[in-house]
Design a protein around this ligand. Sequence first.
Ligand SMILES: Nc1ncnc2c1ncn2[C@@H]1O[C@H](COP(=O)(O)OP(=O)(O)OP(=O)(O)O)[C@@H](O)[C@H]1O
Length: 266
Amino acid sequence: MGIAETGAEPRTGAAVAVRDAAMTYRRGRTAVDALSPTTLDVRPGEFVSLIGPSGCGKSTLLKIIAGLLAATGGSVEIDGRTVTEPPPGVSVAFQKPTLLSWRTIRQNILLPVELRGGERTAAGRRADELLATMRLTDFAGSLPRELSGGMEQRAAIARSLIDGPRLLLMDEPFGALDEFTREDLNDELLRVWHDEPKTVLFVTHSISEAVYLSDRIVVMRARPGGIHEVIDIDLPRPRRREARGTAEFFEATQRVRASLEQVKSQ
Ligand SMILES: Nc1ncnc2c1ncn2[C@@H]1O[C@H](COP(=O)(O)OP(=O)(O)OP(=O)(O)O)[C@@H](O)[C@H]1O
């Protein structure tokens, strides 16, 4: 397991290039430095997790990358283009599934296609495939309230995949779920990522989730928010549930835990 230096030299061909991105929130006379100048490259197809104490700027960084929030300093490029608004080919999934209560699960999954006025026949086929992948075929015609929390989140993830995004930004998508459901969804996410390669940036509070999913883990510190260190996770892929019980997995979680302890004691 190696440790990459933070603030490394920009690599060419990065899927996401964060360059000294910074965020100061202002309300009246109060200013909150949420993110100090932060530099990070994510390679195409890479799975990178952000982990760190509450308030260290994980969501802020993700929103800046998503073009949902304008950084007060620095810039972000996605596939070489500076982000000034939500870029095409980028999907975001949040902790709350935010499904529309009056639309069926299938209609919810198809919503992004409708909003951009996309072609419906191919999208319908894709929706059916995603329903099958997410084991929701039998619930295609159900309303969100008829589903469990884990099923709703699977539907929200299917919705975020409907347009075949190149980059998937996920902000604690499984944070509200019990451990078993969460592990199921980790496996489903890895399957989708394996079958349809894409770059993923994933915010989590769970060390084991970050280790299980990621190629690299970005450990963040608070006050001011920023990158503490980046840890490579060299566990073999494809990763299966049994991997969670291995000495290598334990060692990797301990490595991340120690880094978070350093952050806490700063
Ligand atoms: N809209 C806002 N206005 C003012 N301050 C904000 C706003 N959004 C976030 N902050 C502040 O910025 C800092 C970083 O918040 P952010 O939500 O990015 O952290 P986080 O690491 O995602 O936290 P958590 O793990 O608790 O979700 C916090 O101090 C937070 O209070």
